[in-house]
Ligand binder design. Structure first.
Ligand code: HEM
Length: 450
């Protein structure tokens, strides 16, 4: 069974129709030729954008000259009310300083220390799912809950049942419901002076979330000062000094970072895990293999087990290929460029699309098929190196990539060890790009005890 793929639009459509399609869903607003093209130019009356699929060009933008291709201000604008000057939005020296302070918290050794908190959250998620066994379950709701719980426990040492954590979680959900329109507005090829579809409830939700996060951060600042703070990611980040200046983050700067950790760290992981669960539900042979492999997991957390969950990692990697939670990233040129013998003007938007690159017909064998065994083939290995970027690449690569590659395979294994998932033939999910790649009407699976 070929996993669901959104239908493409016809090659030529009017700008008016394009904007309408874009507002509905970024993925189906694109023509099918993007799955074969090395580069595509979109000319609009207001600006030009270039979707770049050729691995060498992607490498130039992300790895070789990232400072010449900063994050597009069109995207930042829409997210700033919530994320302020977070590392996700800043550029240049400010961004470099923020990464110097944040990166040590996500290094390999720290992941081992974070593992027991992930394990606890995974057990809680499993208990919630077990409670619904014997029926049909909307899986995305469960994976969102679980991923948020993991972030709260690893960052602030509180479970999602904590009253403040509950409030943040619910406000984020409200925010996300208003977000698709805002997010698409940032991509839509309209001039800057046109209204941005900002909804007043989006701004109000952002304000409420920031107030709650400020409370959490101030509380932690006080605990650090009193010497009573737990040794978690928040404490680590808030006490790390920039090796160049010796400064730590101010409370305001930390609030910006916490906002992006919640947003980037929970929506993305939730989306990836939900699609991974759907894929194994539709491929029972892989589900059985993962359930077998999961027998290595004991009753207590042992970070060493992660190295044994190879099949689970391959399946999760394949889910990230077929349904990259962040389907597209946008950069801006700061000087005129020449790409594939074409002049690209200063100020042009460069779209890097994990969605299209991961399914590129000229790069991948069986691009639309589900085949976790591909990672041990020659083509799979070459593509993993040159055409796979669910976490982006280069210096701006996702800070949480290692974290996500532990959390995802662990959750997948634990769930399949105890539960059996069955897809419903009449409820095939339709992928759409909201803030992340989600199923239009959720992912509904039958859950039974194994
Ligand atoms: C499956 C899970 C995840 C996926 C697919 C993912 C994907 C991405 C991608 C593609 C970017 C780059 C976006 C761009 O350049 O426009 C990014 C950036 C980022 N992610 Fe993740 N992410 C995941 C999980 C996490 C987690 C768990 C955290 C933190 C706990 C996190 C924190 C961040 C941060 C802080 C950035 C900004 C980095 C920068 O711009 O320097 N992500 N992520």
């Amino acid at each position: 069974m070929t996993p669901p793929k959104p239908k493409s639009r016809p090659d030529r459509v009017s700008l008016r129709r394009y904007v309408k399609l874009f507002r509905e869903d970024i993925l189906s607003a694109q023509p099918a030729r993007l799955y074969r093209a090395w580069m595509a130019e979109f000319r609009t009356p207001f600006f030009r954008s270039y979707l770049v699929n050729q691995p060498e060009l992607v490498r130039t933008v992300l790895r070789e000259r990232p400072l010449d291709f900063p994050k597009s201000s069109r995207i930042s604008e829409g997210l700033r009310p919530l994320l302020g000057d977070s590392v996700f939005l800043t550029n240049g020296a400010q961004w470099q300083r923020q990464r110097r302070i944040i990166d040590p918290a996500f290094e390999g050794g720290r992941l081992r220390e974070t593992y027991p908190a992930m394990w606890e959250a995974a057990q809680a998620a499993l208990a919630r799912l077990r409670g619904q066994a014997g029926g049909v379950v909307e899986i995305e709701e469960h994976t969102s809950h679980a991923a948020a719980d993991i972030i709260f426990r690893t960052l602030f040492s509180i479970p999602i049942e904590d009253a403040l954590a509950q409030k943040v979680f619910h406000e984020f959900r409200a925010y996300q419901r208003t977000q698709p329109i805002l997010n698409l507005a940032a991509f839509v090829p309209l001039p800057r002076w046109m209204p941005r579809f900002f909804r007043s409830d989006t701004k109000a939700a952002a304000k409420r979330i920031r107030a709650l996060i400020t409370e959490l951060t101030e509380r932690r600042m006080a605990e650090i000062a009193a010497g009573t703070a737990p040794d978690d990611l928040a404490t680590k980040i808030m006490t790390t000094r920039d090796p160049e200046t010796g400064e730590t983050f101010s409370t305001e700067e930390m609030v910006d970072q916490v906002a992006i950790f919640f947003l980037a760290g929970h929506e993305t992981s939730a989306s990836a895990l939900a699609w991974a669960l759907y894929l194994v539900a539709t491929h029972p042979e892989w589900q059985a293999r993962l359930a077998d492999e999961a027998q290595v997991l004991g009753d207590t957390p042992d970070f060493g087990d992660m190295a044994k969950l190879r099949l689970s990692r391959d399946v999760f990697r394949e889910a990230l290929r077929l349904y990259p939670p962040v389907p597209m990233m946008v950069r801006e040129t700061t000087c005129p460029e020449r790409f594939r013998d074409r002049d690209v003007p200063k100020g042009a938007q460069i779209v890097l699309s994990p969605w299209h690159q991961h399914r590129h017909a000229r790069l991948w064998d069986n691009p639309d098929g589900f085949d976790p065994a591909r990672w041990s083939t020659e083509n799979g290995r070459a593509c993993l190196r040159d055409a796979y970027m669910p976490f982006s690449a280069g210096p701006r690569v996702c800070t949480g990539a290692g974290f996500a590659m532990v959390e995802g395979p662990l959750m997948l294994s634990l769930i399949l060890r105890d539960l059996k998932l069955t897809a419903l033939p009449d409820r095939v999910p339709e992928p759409v790009a909201f803030l992340t790649v989600r199923a239009r009407d959720g992912i509904n699976l039958r859950v039974d005890p194994r």
